[in-house]
Design a protein around this ligand. Structure first.
Ligand SMILES: NC(=O)c1ccc[n+]([C@@H]2O[C@H](COP(=O)([O-])OP(=O)(O)OC[C@H]3O[C@@H](n4cnc5c(N)ncnc54)[C@H](OP(=O)(O)O)[C@@H]3O)[C@@H](O)[C@H]2O)c1
Length: 236
């Protein structure tokens, strides 16, 4: 009989079958590399086949979070290539800046589609697989979920919504022993702020180093830390 996972006791990453969504992103690619270094078997999920191949790790799965079927592609690839799934890391996300009045409707819509609605569609499809394995979900929310910022109203709201999903699911999935990690990093020097859907980033103080943040995220996973607030990240 397989052993039951003990939530909060930490998790063995060697051999764990993990899908990393947003694997072509700055944090996503670093988290994927760190997971691979610790022996995980990966699906790397993103929008661009060439850039997924270029990662040189994991089984590539081309999917767009704006497409409700993205989760079906992840589930099919997990069953075919890994025989199931032990974890889902969602490191995809988009940002926009500017006053709300100046933020076009389409931008508000795309922010919520990518940061909230797509992840919910994805979770609806992938959670049954994670329930089979007593696996985990790890989502990258952000510091703005704790401290919403002016000129980032829609982005802050989308990240607060994602954190709310994690809090609700943590209890909802307790019986099936699926762990839900909500990670809320502070500003990190990944270049995300330089590629917003709209607007211009405010002057931000120097952010954290992306590889420190990625390592801290994987450490939290390995240690079974489910709530990882901005204060858990030490400045460089
Ligand atoms: N950098 C920070 O300061 C910071 C702080 C706190 C939280 N975060 C969060 O951390 C996550 C990663 O951010 P990052 O800094 O690594 O930014 P990034 O390098 O721009 O990575 C974002 C990733 O999201 C993917 N993505 C965007 N729209 C998508 C869609 N519709 N379907 C599938 N994938 C999509 C991108 O895919 P493509 O490669 O195809 O564009 C990219 O892989 C985001 O959720 C961000 O909000 C970042």
């Amino acid at each position: 009989m397989s052993q039951q996972h003990q939530p909060g006791r930490g998790r063995e990453l060697a051999g764990a079958r993990i899908a990393v969504v947003g694997a072509t992103g700055a944090l996503g690619s670093l988290v994927a590399a760190e997971l691979e270094r610790r022996g995980a078997r990966l699906l790397v999920v993103g929008r661009d086949a060439g850039r997924l191949e270029a990662l040189g790790t994991g089984v590539p799965v081309v999917a767009d979070l704006g497409d409700a079927a993205a989760g079906d592609a992840v589930v099919a690839a997990a069953r075919e290539h890994l025989g199931g799934l032990d974890g889902l890391v969602n490191a995809a996300g988009v940002v926009a800046f500017g006053s709300l009045v100046d933020t076009p409707d389409e931008v508000v819509e795309e922010l919520f589609l990518t940061n909230v609605v797509g992840p919910l569609f994805l979770l609806r499809r992938v959670l049954p697989l994670l329930e089979e394995s007593q696996g985990f979900v790890l989502q990258l929310s952000a510091v703005v979920a704790e401290r919403p910022m002016p000129r980032m109203a829609a982005y802050s709201a989308s990240k607060a919504a994602l954190s709310a999903v994690a809090t609700a699911l943590r209890t909802e999935l307790r019986r099936s022993r699926v762990e839900v990690h909500d990670v809320r990093p502070p500003h990190t020097e990944t270049g995300l702020a330089s590629r917003p859907l709209a607007g211009e980033a405010p002057g931000l103080p120097a952010g954290l180093a992306p590889d420190d943040v990625a390592r801290r995220i994987v450490d939290a996973l390995a240690a079974g830390e489910t709530d990882v607030p901005a204060s858990a990240f030490a400045p460089r």
